[in-house]
Design a protein around this ligand. Structure first.
Ligand code: AMP
Ligand code: MG
Length: 412
């Protein structure tokens, strides 16, 4: 049996960043960039108007005012998408729409609100403009040759518009790993089936699918394996087309726990079995070529706690995400927590903040079968292996279960 930290070290050493792949930009949000993106063009690629108005030579309108408007001759009308053939001469203007290329000779744009049509060919200008006012210069946004996004960046939806504007339709990105899940147990039936005596609904695969889905990862659900070596082995054989294989159940000391034996038959390299932790002691971890295997214990809370502590960091490491460990804060325990030295405890708790400090309360029922307490919890209280009882008022570490909890704590 190894410590949690040792186990985590093995998992993270085994989990390798996945090779880059070419992906259309619309599917890249939330993925890590595997190349430097360099723009070959200026954006915008030509000087253009930022306003609907009149392109002018700023010098011609420098004395314009409401009382003494300047009259300019309108020599062209320029919608977006069209280039004017006219060069602007003294006291001439071209009516221009937002986004239209600035005509030759023009060096500023007067907003339409500061003008009034005098007749079909002339316009009154009521206000001076600075040179380049209301103009967007070529390269203002992005200069040609610039590294727009660096390798390692987590792509945001906003980035997709930038990429489209420079004509980059696909990106080299680090993909997220694919995950296959398999539940094991003769007692399990599917959610839509009638529940015969002694059977339970297989909830772990639903919980895992939701957790994995939240990370933007597609899941292959391989269903339920019977508690026989044959069925477990058969179902696992097909699973390793995924980058990560998760099973739940069948890893304890029971008569019918066949996962380890099946792994041995499939030549999975078992790196560890059993971790000094509660819940989740029977956790199995191994690798098959570059694929990872996690044999999660069947108790629903153990499944999820092991998923959060070990599988999430592995998924993030393979996806090349920088911060793969969960957020932790120091908090004061509101109650006595009975504990014997030997195993590291991860207790479900509710953390809150008063004006000075974080307070954490352990949930009343810490049995690893009590799944609902995870729904009501927002953190795991992490108590070291060697620790005995924690007294009320003692400082402990709380692992925050989702980003929302951190936001809630920070906004209070
Ligand atoms: P095991 O690790 O197979 O001994 O299972 C431990 C406990 O978890 C038993 O009470 C199982 O019935 C329960 N369990 C195993 N798999 C699932 C599952 N997919 N959904 C809900 N409970 C499960
Ligand atoms: Mg079982």
């Amino acid at each position: 049996m190894i410590s949690v930290d040792h186990a985590l070290r093995i998992v993270l050493e085994t989990a390798q960043v996945l090779p880059v792949r070419s992906v259309p930009i619309t599917e890249c949000s939330g993925l890590v960039l595997g190349e430097n993106v360099i723009s070959s063009e200026n954006i915008p690629s030509f000087d253009n108007s930022a306003m609907d108005g009149y392109a002018v030579r700023f010098i011609d309108v420098q004395n314009a005012s409401r009382e003494n408007p300047v009259t300019l001759k309108v020599v062209d009308v320029l919608p977006a998408g069209k280039v004017s053939q006219r060069h602007l001469e003294n006291d001439e203007t071209i009516q221009i729409m937002t986004g239209a290329p600035l005509p030759s000779g023009a060096d500023a744009v007067v907003m339409v609100e500061q003008t009034e049509k005098k007749n079909d060919n002339e316009v009154l200008v009521f206000s001076p403009v600075q040179k380049n006012e209301n103009c967007r210069k070529a390269g203002d946004d992005i200069k040609a040759g610039l590294v727009v996004f660096q390798k390692g960046r987590l792509i945001k939806p906003y980035d997709v518009g930038v990429l489209a504007s420079i004509g980059k339709s696909t990106l080299q990105i680090i993909p997220k790993p694919t995950v296959a899940i398999l539940s094991t147990g003769d007692e399990l039936v599917g959610m839509d089936e009638i529940l015969p005596p002694g059977k339970i609904r297989s909830s772990n695969n639903y919980a895992l699918r939701a957790l994995i889905g939240k990370m933007g990862i597609a899941v292959v659900d391989l269903g339920i394996a019977k508690d026989t070596l044959k069925d477990t082995e058969e179902k696992l054989r097909s699973a390793f087309s995924a980058d990560i294989v998760l099973t739940s159940g069948g890893v304890s000391m029971g008569e019918f726990d066949y996962v380890k034996q099946a792994l041995e038959k499939l030549n999975v390299d078992i790196k560890f079995w059993k971790v000094k932790q509660k819940p989740g002691k029977p956790l199995v971890f191994g690798s098959y070529q570059s694929k990872l295997f996690f044999g999660l214990p069947g108790n629903p809370v153990s499944t999820i706690v092991c998923f959060e502590l070990f599988v999430v960091p592995a998924i993030k490491k393979m996806s090349n995400v920088d911060h793969y460990m969960p957020n932790r804060v120091r908090a004061i325990s509101s109650a006595l927590i009975p504990k014997k030295p030997g195993l590291r405890y991860f207790l479900r708790g509710v953390i809150s903040k008063n004006d000075r400090e974080f307070i954490v309360s352990p949930m009343d029922n810490q049995s690893s079968g009590v799944m609902s307490s995870l729904s009501y919890a927002n953190c795991l209280i992490d108590i070291p292996e060697e620790s005995g009882n924690i007294e009320a008022g003692q400082v402990v570490t709380a692992i925050l279960l989702d980003a929302q909890t951190l936001n809630d704590l920070m906004s209070n």
